[in-house]
Design a protein around this ligand. Structure first.
Ligand code: 2HG
Ligand code: ZN
Length: 462
């Protein structure tokens, strides 16, 4: 630790844990994107809010940029440290601090994993309903930083809906206590919501108070096989009209191909071009009959060619694996990821246009479509062919993203539905936000982070 700035850091915060081993710099300096070479100055692992504040003050004094770091499961490069930044890992601040039965809130430190939050809520007979496949390794701080969505948004909304309060250390080291769990608070600007989805560019979330809800009703999981993309929204309507949907997810045969190659069990004898996994409340005969009615309507209209309904929790988990295992099954192909959204009503026109665009743009690439169709959110993963140079592959994909961004602008959609902008989508922010809006975001950053040291270069260039 020969860098004098680090000697100074340890003098300023004697109990701070600091890592500088090359393996640690690599491990903490990257996220799931794997596109940038990690090159942080060091990793700081504070154990308290006071230590976070002291680290930020040290950073201001020495003009060192800070990259806040949770589970680093992000897909947009938001947690990448490739320019001599100090990575501020919240992994030691991972405890449940308080449960309030009257307020139905759980107060946690930011480094706690989403799954640990689920378990802590469950122990109190309640539910924290935001959920997605990275639950075991992502952290609540990171979920807040990107306003993470996932597989139950259709019923429960995004992370934003569940944040009753939070403590934040700003770019000057100031501690803000935002909203304090209040249900009603009409006292001016809600800075809590400004912090959500700010990707660490305004400050560091050091504590969060989460709203909890009743556990979900008994449910059932159905897998549907679809003959074409065109019928997808019809199937969605048929199910949404009749059932209380907990999730409605789609994927293509290419996605299924990769998940099966990764060890999942084949659901149908025949292959079909498109699939839907849906979960819905199904606790009594009326709901069961409604599910059958939805299914039969789809069969009668030729919108669905086959289906299976889970008969046990184990089978439900098996069906979910077909959808939740996709990201992991594609990881070895270093996919170029798109995470786009439009209003649900704009989905049919956008789907048609995007299918045409990608069919023409990527005739030789394996393009895997899946996503949260009930939220108007598509994930399009383009797989890198073996032998093609990484940089050349990304550059070819970027050309297509430009066209996709133009199409999103026409359809008034978003270039990032739930993964954040980070480094990956920074060049396309103007397809979703106006120039005036981005300039105002810069102004807001200057207020909360006057030295420009909070995750610089992410989301936009200051
Ligand atoms: C999902 O919905 C995640 O599974 C990851 O948002 C999406 O890997 C992806 O592109
Ligand atoms: Zn997703």
């Amino acid at each position: 630790m020969s860098d004098p700035r680090l000697t100074d850091l340890l003098q300023a915060v004697p109990a701070l844990r600091v890592k500088t081993d090359p393996a640690d710099l690599e491990h903490y300096g990257r996220d799931w994107t794997r596109r940038w070479t990690p090159a942080p100055l060091a990793i700081a692992l504070p154990g308290s809010i006071e230590e976070v504040q002291a680290v930020v003050r040290w950073a201001c004094q020495h003009r060192v940029a800070i990259v806040p770091s949770g589970g680093r499961t992000g897909l947009s490069g938001g947690a990448v440290a490739a320019n001599g930044e100090l990575v501020l890992s919240l992994e030691r601040m991972n405890r449940v601090l308080d449960f309030n039965a009257v307020d139905r809130t759980l107060t946690v430190q930011p480094g706690i994993a989403l799954e640990a939050v689920h378990n802590a809520a469950g122990e109190q007979g309640l539910e924290y309903p935001v959920d997605f496949a990275a639950r075991g390794s992502c952290s609540i701080g990171g979920n807040i930083a990107t306003n993470a969505g996932g597989i139950r948004v259709i019923r429960y909304g995004n992370t934003r809906e569940w944040i009753a309060g939070m403590k934040v250390v700003t770019g000057t080291g100031e501690l803000l206590d935002l909203n304090r769990g209040l249900v009603k608070n009409s006292s001016g600007y809600d800075l809590r919501h400004l912090m959500i989805a700010s990707e660490g560019t305004l400050g560091i979330v050091v504590e969060a108070t989460l709203r909890l809800t009743d556990p979900p009703p008994p449910s059932n999981v159905m897998l549907l096989a679809l003959p074409s993309f065109e019928v997808l929204m019809q199937v969605f309507s048929a199910f949404r009209e009749r059932l209380q949907l907990e999730a409605f997810e789609f994927f293509t045969d290419r996605a299924l191909h990769h998940v099966l190659a990764h060890g999942a069990q084949k659901p149908f004898e025949e292959t079909h071009p498109y699939y839907v996994v849906t979960e819905f409340a199904s606790g009594d005969e009326v709901q069961e009959a409604a599910a059958m009615a939805a299914f039969e309507t789809c069969m009668d209209n030729g919108w669905v060619s086959d289906g299976v309904i889970s008969q046990s929790d184990a089978q439900a988990a098996q069906l979910w694996r077909l959808r939740e295992g996709i990201t992991e099954s594609l990881a070895r192909y270093k996919p170029y990821k798109n995470d786009v959204s439009v209003r649900i009503s704009a989905m049919p026109a956008f789907l048609e246009e995007t299918q045409k665009l990608l069919g023409e743009a990527y005739p030789h690439f394996d393009v895997v479509w899946f996503g949260h169709i009930g939220d108007g959110n598509l994930h399009i993963n383009v797989l890198k062919p073996d032998g093609l140079d990484d940089a050349e592959f990304v550059s070819q994909c970027e050309q297509v993203t430009k066209l996709l961004a133009e199409s999103l602008k026409r359809h008034e959609g978003s270039i990032s539905a739930e993964h954040g902008i980070g480094l990956v989508k920074k060049g396309y922010l103007e397809s979703t936000r106006s120039v005036a809006e981005i300039e105002m975001m810069r102004g807001i950053k200057r207020v909360l982070d006057p030295e420009g040291l909070m995750n610089p270069g992410k989301l936009f260039d200051a």
